[in-house]
Design a protein around this ligand. Structure first.
Ligand code: ADP
Ligand code: MG
Length: 158
């Protein structure tokens, strides 16, 4: 499965797709890392989707937008999830100072909003997600870029 598109009728539908991504990842026999690029205008639902994922991975509590902190870490029982928002990054070099390479580890999931601001410094995406407005609602397109990404979409579609 290389690509899936859904219509998201409300916020809950967006959260559900995030939670389904978490379930798909956890259904694999061996723990696997995941890199997701999130594209879409401000307010398209990138943070909402990530919130669904982080909660689906077992986090209880807030998931706030890392707009000012650039990255928000979640240390969960078996996983570390890093939620990036690179919107306010003025220079990709800031990512080097943050030690960005250390975030792309085996037990880590990285969800990255505005990935184009980190071009050249990010790990390759397993999934590229595009979210868009459709009047008051949203659409989401998930595109697999690696075999792992394809495996996740196959689970999502089953
Ligand atoms: P982004 O991170 O892309 O800037 P956010 O997730 O922070 O966007 O904000 C999206 C806004 O749209 C939130 O107010 C959320 O409640 C709302 N929203 C999310 N998904 C949907 C949807 N499918 N339909 C309508 N509103 C949505
Ligand atoms: Mg956001």
């Amino acid at each position: 499965m290389k690509q899936i598109e859904y219509f998201l009728k409300d916020e809950q539908a967006t959260l559900t797709v995030g939670a389904q991504l978490a379930q798909a990842l956890q259904s694999f026999e061996h723990q696997q890392s995941l890199v997701v690029y999130l594209n879409g205008d401000l307010g398209a639902g990138k943070t909402t989707l990530t919130r669904g994922f982080v909660c689906g991975m077992g986090h209880n509590g807030n998931v706030k937008s890392p707009t000012y902190t650039i990255v928000e870490p979640y240390e969960l029982a078996q996983w570390r999830v890093f939620h990036f928002d690179l919107y306010r990054l003025s220079d990709p070099e800031e990512l080097e100072y943050m030690g960005i390479r250390d975030y792309f580890n085996d037990d880590c999931c990285c969800f990255i909003e505005w990935p184009e601001k980190g071009t050249g410094l990010l790990a390759k995406a397993d999934l590229i997600i595009n979210m868009a407005y459709q009047n008051e609602q949203r659409t989401i397109n998930l595109q697999a870029e690696t075999p792992r990404g394809e495996a996740i979409l196959t689970v999502l579609n089953s």
